[in-house]
Design a protein around this ligand. Structure first.
Ligand code: NAG
Ligand code: NAG
Ligand code: NAG
Ligand code: NAG
Ligand code: NAG
Ligand code: NAG
Ligand code: NAG
Ligand code: NAG
Ligand code: NAG
Ligand code: NAG
Length: 856
């Protein structure tokens, strides 16, 4: 009988439905109405309401054309859902209206007692949730998150015994968690976070959800003490952050906790109590946050067992003083926050093994020692502020900073040198150890607290000179004759303002030159290898302290040469070519760019240039060890200690700086030969290795520099080309003693064009200087008053008395024969007739033949 009743019911209902489908009250018409009233226009949404409704997007029917699934997520539905629309889809099992702007639900919605899935998240639904929710006895998933509900979660929720997922995150619920919730025994996922829930958890909470895997109560005002969750056998994610939980114990089933966020509560007592269960399996833990509690004691030693942990935050507790925890086994750590954890001593060496570390916060501890070379590969945020770190910030770390999101080294005892630093507030209290203030703002800032910017500037400038002084000590150690002048450094009185405008006039001993620069920041300084630095004339001004005389290195034939420091430790010699070029700016730039590409181990590299009005300014690498002129004639290298210069200053100042000079390198033929060969190679390269050949035209002892390795390097090559004709007469007057006879004889204007052979002649003079230790002209040659170095030595060579000319410091060291051979090379180079002089290539060959024995 039961069968026949059921059968006739089925037949009836099919007949009934069939008749209805001809009417307007079909599922299709309800949905059509819904979409129309919620302002979805068919044209804009792509709905074709003439097509069968079961084919509409987001509409899914069963075989009887009943709508069982409706997915209208993110359709832009706005406002109140009217009655007699979706509330009439009596077969509906799955309803997703998430991500719209729905403000209220229809009263007939609660009749949909077939619903298994309801997603109303990310809407603007207001009001309280009616007890009718209890009608949804089959509901398995309910998502009301991100809404504007109010009132409490109804007790009627106890009817949802099939519920597995309940997401009420940020939905607006208030007051305490209803006891009824404990009837939802099937829950696997429960998120009540970011509501206004208060009170304690209902009794039996932990035992009520044996299947729960995810539990978040975060950001409410829930109270409780000594949380016991040992009934939740499958719990893997617990977030109770931001509540008012007290106590010191949290108990879990010996489980597979992966994520544990207990932060921002009022947990107190020894942290080792929060050790969960004695069988707690650390190896599952991925995320542990105990920050912002009142935990005491020491971070448990067991934590090192958390081999798979990625996130560890124990910041802001009340730990006792403790050493840096052992973390070297946490290979995958990405986030480590030990801020305000009362750490003392050094950073654990394990820190440098954490190659995945992205965020490291060690701030507000008492950590001492050096900043370790963290594994900085993936680091994005670094905060070590408020510690007791000392020493230099490693370059490795500094180099990474421009690519990092955030960093802070403030309030330590650190020094650093970096140019790229834009966040000065990350270095509060740190000292710049750069030769020049990397960013003068650091100093401005500090000094500004005391007085004015002017004060800061004087401070900066005097520090700069102090540091320049240190760097120049070596130079001084050579006993530079112009020593006193060099050191009479007065802080320049001008104010460095970024937009001061020229023209500027600068005075040296022998000349006054003018830079006709209107806007200091609009005239670029080109640094070939660092095109991104964007230096301007303003930087050039500060690099040379406004071309202060104290930074004057020399006054060459082309013009004055200044020492300069650009930010980033770029130490340069700035050569102002004052004697007016005939080239246009464009041509000069092209020529300088060309010279910048000429590289040889025995050439001083052109680093960059600046075209400042009339003046071309060539910028060279700074050569640490001065030039041959200083070494031979100004500086007492190798002179016995009884000489007058050695008594006071330099010996003690030289102490501890660098003992380059004290051994007296020039006492060896080996060193002098090295200088000769290097210089010859440089010229041979210019003459034969460049096309067209570059004729130097100003080879002299003061053009041969010694770099930090005491390798000779020839400077100023190619500059004469930039000066074109204007230098011709200059050349005729030339550097005394180095000018070949063919130029001396012809009057200016009628002279032959310069050839490589004039460089060869000048090289010969340098060779004689190096062997005799005497100057090209005006020295005591033990000969007639008219003599020059060249005539004197050539005369001796011809008379086969060359050994008399050898500098006593290298005479009789077993190399005399080779030295005499070298003098013959000089003799050839200084031949009257330029055609008789060898080429520089030949000179290199000849010099190599007389290479000294290596010293025993
Ligand atoms: C709408 O659907 C009807 C019936 O399937 C069809 O004839 C018509 O071409 C469709 N219109 C558009 C614009 O797709
Ligand atoms: C509800 O919809 C939102 C937004 O579309 C989605 O992110 C969320 O996973 C859905 N909730 C559930 C329980 O499926
Ligand atoms: C815990 O919940 C808070 C609030 O929703 C959230 O900010 C935090 O990221 C959560 N913690 C974890 C580990 O997911
Ligand atoms: C912890 O879990 C790992 C991986 O599941 C397992 O190999 C290990 O035996 C467990 N340790 C304990 C003490 O249960
Ligand atoms: C470290 O944790 C503290 C406390 O939770 C927090 O204020 C700080 O922002 C965290 N640091 C980083 C870098 O996340
Ligand atoms: C920092 O270190 C110095 C020297 O090691 C020590 O004297 C000082 O007390 C330390 N300061 C702090 C705050 O730990
Ligand atoms: C701490 O580090 C400093 C240098 O960074 C080192 O000199 C000192 O020996 C270290 N102390 C310990 C206890 O390792
Ligand atoms: C400055 O940063 C740039 C990239 O922003 C980088 O190429 C350059 O090497 C950095 N210079 C220094 C001195 O760190
Ligand atoms: C900072 O370092 C300097 C020199 O290293 C030392 O004299 C000074 O005491 C240190 N200051 C602190 C607070 O540790
Ligand atoms: C570094 O920390 C100090 C002290 O908290 C703060 O004043 C400064 O603004 C911070 N700098 C940056 C760049 O975060």
């Amino acid at each position: 009988m039961g069968f026949s009743v059921l059968g006739s019911f089925l037949v009836l209902s099919i007949l009934f439905r069939h008749s209805l489908s001809q009417e307007s009250n079909t599922d299709g018409s309800f949905i059509h109405d819904f979409l129309k009233k919620m302002s979805v226009k068919s044209s804009s949404s792509g709905y074709n309401f003439s097509a069968p409704f079961c084919s509409w997007r987001g509409v899914y029917c069963d075989k009887g054309d009943n709508v069982i699934e409706l997915v209208f997520s993110g359709l832009g539905l706005v406002g109140v859902v009217p009655d007699t629309t979706i509330g009439k889809l009596s077969h509906l099992e799955y309803l997703d209206l998430s991500n719209n702007k729905i403000t209220a639900l229809p009263s007939d919605l609660w009749s949909l007692n077939s619903l298994k899935y309801l997603n109303l998240s990310f809407n603007q639904i207001t009001g309280s949730l009616p007890s009718n929710i209890g009608n949804f006895g089959r509901l398995e998933s309910l998502d009301l998150s991100e809404n504007r509900l109010s009132g409490s979660l109804p007790e009627a929720i106890d009817s949802l015994t099939s519920l597995q997922i309940l997401n009420l995150k940020k939905s607006g619920f208030e007051s305490s968690i209803p006891f009824g919730l404990l009837q939802c025994h099937s829950l696997v996922f429960l998120d009540l976070s970011e509501n206004k829930l208060s009170g304690s958890l209902p009794n039996g909470f932990a035992a009520a959800f044996p299947k729960l895997m995810f539990l978040s109560l975060a950001e409410n005002g829930i109270t409780g003490s000594d949380l016991d969750l040992s009934g939740m056998r499958y719990l893997s994610h617990l977030n109770i952050s931001g509540n008012m939980f007290k106590g010191s114990v949290v108990s879990f089933f010996q489980g597979a906790i992966e994520v544990l966020d207990l932060s921002n509560n009022q947990m107190e007592g020894d942290v080792s109590q929060v050790k969960f269960d004695s069988n707690f399996n650390w190896s599952h833990l991925v995320h542990l946050d105990l920050s912002q509690n009142k935990l005491s004691g020491e971070i448990y030693g067991d934590i090192k067992l958390a081999q798979n942990i990625k996130f560890l935050n124990v910041a802001q507790n009340r730990f006792s003083q403790q050493q840096f925890p052992e973390i070297s086994m946490m290979h995958g750590l990405e986030y480590l926050n030990l801020s305000d954890a009362n750490l003392i001593g050094n950073v654990s060496s394990g820190l440098s093994m954490l190659s995945s570390l992205k965020i490291l916060d060690l701030s507000r501890n008492h950590i001492s020692g050096h900043i370790p070379p963290f594994s900085i590969k993936s680091l994005q945020i670094l905060d070590v502020s408020y510690n007791n770190f000392t020493g230099e910030i490693p370059q490795l770390v500094l180099k990474k900073l421009p690519w990092m999101e955030k960093y802070n080294f403030s309030f330590n005892n650190l020094t650093f040198c970096a140019s790229n630093i834009t966040h000065e507030s990350a270095f509060i209290g740190a000292l710049s150890s750069c030769p020049i203030a990397a960013n003068p703002a650091f100093f401005h800032r500090k000094a500004a607290k005391h007085r004015s910017i002017e004060f800061a500037l004087v401070l900066t400038i005097s520090m700069v000179f102090l540091l320049i002084g240190l760097f120049t000590l070596l130079f001084l150690a050579f006993g530079c004759r112009r020593k006193t002048r060099m050191w009479e450094v007065k802080p320049s009185s001008h104010k460095e303002e970024p937009n001061i405008s020229g023209p500027f006039s600068f005075q040296t001993d022998s000349t006054t030159w003018t830079a006709d620069v209107k806007q200091v920041t609009s005239v670029p300084v080109v640094i070939f290898e660092k095109p991104l630095l964007n230096f301007t004339f303003a930087d050039l001004l500060s690099a040379t302290s406004h071309f202060d005389r104290g930074t004057l290195l020399a006054e060459g034939r082309f013009g004055p040469v200044y020492r300069g420091y650009f930010p980033g430790g770029i130490h340069v010699a700035v050569k102002v070519l004052v004697h007016g070029s005939t080239l246009t700016d464009q041509e000069a730039a092209k020529e300088l760019e060309y010279l910048g590409r000429i590289k040889h181990p025995n050439l001083v590299p052109l680093t960059g240039y600046c075209l400042a009005g009339e003046q071309q300014i060539a910028i060279y690498d700074y050569m640490e060890n001065g030039n041959l002129q200083n070494l031979l004639h100004d500086l007492p290298l190798g002179v016995q200690a009884t000489d007058d210069w050695s008594t006071d200053t330099w010996e003690e100042e030289n102490n501890g700086i660098q003992s380059v000079g004290s051994e007296g390198l020039l006492t060896t033929w080996t060193f002098r030969h090295k200088i000769l060969l290097g210089t010859a190679r440089a010229l041979a390269f210019l003459h034969h290795g460049c096309s067209p050949a570059i004729i130097h035209r100003d080879v002299k002892a003061s053009s041969v520099y010694l770099d930090m390795n005491l390798e000779p390097r020839l400077s100023d090559f190619g500059l004469s080309k930039i000066f074109g004709n204007s230098l011709e007469d200059e050349f005729a007057r030339g550097s005394p003693g180095y000018v070949p006879p063919e130029y001396l004889q012809s009057q200016s204007g009628s002279s032959d064009p310069p050839t490589p052979k004039s460089d060869v002649y000048a090289f010969g003079v340098i060779l004689f200087e190096l062997i005799t230790g005497k100057k090209p002209v005006g020295d005591d040659y033990h000969a007639n008053k008219e003599a020059t170095l060249v005539t004197w030595v050539r005369d001796l060579v011809r008379k086969n008395e060359a050994s008399r000319a050898i500098d006593p410091k290298i005479r009789g060291t077993g190399e005399d024969a080779k030295i005499k051979e070298a003098m013959k090379i000089g003799y050839l180079c200084t031949a009257e007739l330029s055609s008789k002089r060898p080429t520089m290539q030949q000179v290199v060959g000849l010099l190599k033949d007389i290479e000294p024995h290596s010293p025993q």
